[in-house]
Unconditional design. Structure first.
Length: 104
């Protein structure tokens, strides 16, 4: 019975990739206006978000803020570790990307 619950939990979690959205408990974008046409854009993934998807979502949000294009001023990317999985602690990568942009 425990193995059925474990398999079911795994299947549920594999379908929970962060989609393109404003930041919630499962990830998403945050942005802050730092000046005229100057923003800090952040995108947080979860354990199932690939790096290429993270970059695509970050770029999409940046393009929404700067429809005429943008230049990246400062970039910071990385991951955090940690998580809880079915009552036990496991290491799960949570990728994120943060950068300041200047609209053209």
């Amino acid at each position: 019975m425990k193995s059925v619950a474990l398999i079911t939990g795994c299947l549920v979690l594999t379908g929970c990739a962060t989609g393109y959205q404003a930041h919630t408990w499962s990830g998403g974008y945050k942005d802050e206006q730092l000046g005229e046409n100057h923003y800090r854009v952040e995108y947080y993934g979860n354990g199932t978000t690939s790096i290429p998807m993270l970059k695509e979502y970050w770029s999409k949000r940046s393009s929404e803020l700067c429809p005429q294009g943008y230049d990246v001023i400062d970039e910071n990317k990385g991951k955090t570790d940690g998580g809880i999985f079915l009552g036990g602690i496991t290491t799960i990568e949570h990728p994120w990307l943060k950068a300041e942009i200047q609209c053209k």
